[in-house]
Structures are given as structure tokens and as C-alpha cells.
Design a binder for this molecule. Structure first.
Ligand SMILES: [Zn+2]
Ligand SMILES: [Zn+2]
Length: 372
């Protein structure tokens, strides 16, 4: 059974984005390995839980399937439900819509009542930028899929403070804004008259304390620029010009803000033997004129190796043979395209001696007029 990330962070399944973030920060402070009563294993577990629950897409997958598609793929290839339906794949972007952004709801209420708390929070924990890069694949890699590693120089989560921005082990001070309460009261004049509302303290984000010292590695931003190796699972059937989206693999956000996404534009090398159109493969085979007339067997190179194909007697040049299911695997569904082979009948160009005589006899039998 998969781990219960909500249990690990100690929040309910209906916890908001902010609640999850606050719960993680609290756990991170308690469990940080540099603290006296820290626990590295538990800290990492909390971090893992936060990485999933703070990412809208991954959280959705986790809520629905008990694990994310990334995890499912690491365990055995197919995504939840048994297909290769990867949540982080898209063609040219665009089909990632459909997740409800409750964060915006907060903004809407904020706008109505004039608090604007959601917005100010967002600007402090700045989201990481998306990254675009090219991914070069060989013809076969695109056809059958592959695990690739790519190196990127990018903003990554600071390993010293785990993205929190505070110097680990440094003492905390009582928050000057809320005097340690973690909440502040605001009175706002609104359409309905005066409204007093208690909101989460914007300075300490409900902790009641703030760190006395910023992380000395990242100066409190929670991220550092460095080389990172990223594992990419390229699905079978991807084609030149398509885009692979890796959720959360862009630049790290500031102070554990959302990471951006990584968009990989796929470049596929051509192959001297095959031409690909969608899921179908095209190739040609040359046979001699006598072989075409009398029938023959030829070896055809396919994506799966060579196969023997029967050419019937009397085959004309240009005839197309179809090998079913020998083409490219369909992207995100079962089955494969076909392999279509065009037969070229080669007319001999230099004929001497016995060959010439035989052809002349043949022509005579057919009553042809031969020009010398
Ligand atoms: Zn740091
Ligand atoms: Zn405070």
C-alpha cells in the first residue's frame, strides 16, 4: 500500500494549498536533520509528501489513484489503470486543463473583501519558471520509447535548507507581526459594512516564529543554480516535433514555491531504411524482372528485424504490400501501425551473351519488335 501523504503531513484530505504548505514547514522545522531531535528519514518522507501534495497535477493523480503517474511508471511501466496514459505528456501543450485551481478561489474572495491575501502570499513564495529544451532521439528510440537522462543547469531546491530558506539549526525568533500568534486580525470596510477577519500571519505564515538567520547557501531564497540530471521516460510512438512535458521539473520556486515545468521538444533523426508517417512505416524493395514474372521470396527489413515475404508471380512494379502491426506503436494506446513495402521491378540495363539471347528469344515469342 502506498504511503498516506496526508497522514505524513498531518493534514486532512481536504486541506488547502496553504494548509499543506504550513504543515510541511512545521514538519520540516521539527524533523530537519540538523536539529537536535531531527529525523532524516522522516524529513525526507515529509518532503516527498509535500512534493506531491503541493503539485496540483500530482496531487490529483495521488487522490485518484493512490500514487502519481511518475511513481507508477517507476514501479512497472504502465500508468494507473493499465494503459501507458501518462499524465505528464502533451502534444504541443494544451490538454492539461481541467484541474480546479482552488487557489484562485482564494483570490476571488480576497478581491471581494479587499484582503488580497492570496496574492501577497504568492508573490513571496515565487513559482519557478518553465524551461524549454530539445531532446534528440534516434529513429528507434522514438519508435519504441526509452529512458533518457538529460543534464540541465537550472535553479534547484537548495540542499542545505531543503528549500525553506532558513539556516538549519538557527534559533527562531517570535514573529514581530503577530507576536507569535500566527494569526492577524484585519478590519476591512466592505459592501456589507465593517468585517473583522482573522487571517494567517503573512510574515511567518502561521508559524508564530521566524528564523533568525537566512540560509547561508541560498541567502534565504530556498534555491541554488546548479547542474541537474533529469530522468526522462520517453513513451513509445513519440514523433518529431512533439513536446514532452515534465511537471515540476522546471526551475525550483523560491522558498518552496511551485516548481515550473520542463518542456522537451522532440527531435528525431531520420533513418536510411525507413520513412515514418504517423504510426506507419514505409520502405522499398528492389526485385529483378524475372523474379517479378516468376514469383519469389524476399527478405524485408522491419522494425522488428527481417521477415520473409512472398512476392507472387506477375507482380507489377509499384505494387504495395502491407505488413499489419509491423509499424510504430501507437502513442498512449495499444496496437501498432502497419509497414507498407513498395516493390520496384528493376529493368536490366547492361545485358550480354546468354542473357541477351534469352531475352531476345522471349521477345520474339511475344512478337515484339526489337530495335538493334
Ligand atoms: Zn538554502
Ligand atoms: Zn507572524
Amino acid at each position: 500500500m502506498a504511503k498516506d501523504y496526508y497522514d505524513i503531513l498531518g493534514v486532512s484530505r481536504s486541506a488547502s494549498e496553504d494548509e499543506i504548505k504550513r504543515a510541511f514547514r512545521k514538519k520540516a522545522h521539527e524533523l530537519h536533520p540538523d536539529k537536535a531531535h531531527g529525523d532524516e528519514a522522516k524529513f525526507k518522507e515529509a518532503n516527498e509528501a509535500y512534493q506531491v501534495l503541493s503539485n496540483k497535477e500530482k496531487k490529483g493523480q495521488y487522490d485518484q489513484f493512490g500514487q502519481t503517474f511518475d511513481q507508477a511508471r517507476r514501479q512497472g511501466g504502465a500508468g494507473p489503470g493499465g494503459f501507458g496514459g501518462f499524465g505528464d505528456f502533451s502534444q504541443g501543450g494544451g490538454f492539461q486543463q481541467g484541474n480546479v485551481d482552488f487557489g484562485d478561489l482564494g483570490d476571488i474572495f480576497g478581491d471581494i473583501f479587499g484582503f488580497g491575501s492570496g496574492r501577497s502570499k504568492r508573490s513571496r513564495a515565487k513559482s519557478g519558471r518553465d524551461i524549454q529544451a530539445d531532446l534528440n532521439l534516434s529513429f528507434r528510440e522514438a519508435v519504441f520509447g526509452i529512458e533518457k537522462e538529460i543534464n540541465l543547469y537550472k535553479q534547484a531546491v537548495c540542499e542545505h535548507c531543503y528549500g525553506l530558506g532558513n539556516e538549519p539549526g538557527a534559533k527562531n525568533e517570535t514573529c514581530p507581526t503577530c507576536k507569535g500568534k500566527g494569526q492577524v486580525r484585519q478590519v476591512v470596510n466592505s459592501f456589507f459594512g465593517q468585517i473583522a477577519q482573522t487571517t494567517v500571519c503573512p510574515t511567518c505564515e502561521g508559524q508564530g516564529t521566524i528564523s533568525a538567520q537566512k540560509c547561508r547557501v541560498c541567502s534565504g531564497t530556498g534555491r541554488t543554480r546548479k547542474d541537474q540530471t533529469i530522468k526522462v521516460s520517453v513513451p513509445a510512438g513519440i514523433d518529431d516535433g512533439e513536446t514532452l512535458r515534465l511537471s515540476g521539473q522546471g526551475e525550483a520556486g523560491e522558498k518552496s514555491g511551485h516548481a515550473g515545468d520542463l518542456y522537451l521538444r522532440i527531435r528525431v533523426q531520420s533513418d536510411s531504411r525507413f520513412v515514418r508517417k504517423g504510426a506507419d512505416i514505409f520502405s522499398e524493395v528492389n526485385i529483378s524482372f524475372p523474379a517479378a514474372a516468376l514469383g519469389t521470396k524476399v527478405e524485408i527489413e522491419t522494425l522488428d528485424g527481417s521477415v520473409s515475404m512472398k512476392i507472387q508471380a506477375g507482380t507489377q512494379s509499384g505494387k504495395i504490400f502491407r505488413l499489419n502491426d509491423k509499424g510504430v506503436p501507437f502513442l498512449r494506446k495499444r496496437g501498432r501501425g502497419d509497414h507498407l513495402i513498395t516493390v520496384n521491378v528493376i529493368t536490366p540495363t547492361r545485358i550480354h551473351g546468354k542473357k541477351k539471347k534469352l531475352l531476345e528469344e522471349l521477345a520474339e515469342l511475344d512478337g515484339e519488335n526489337i530495335e538493334e
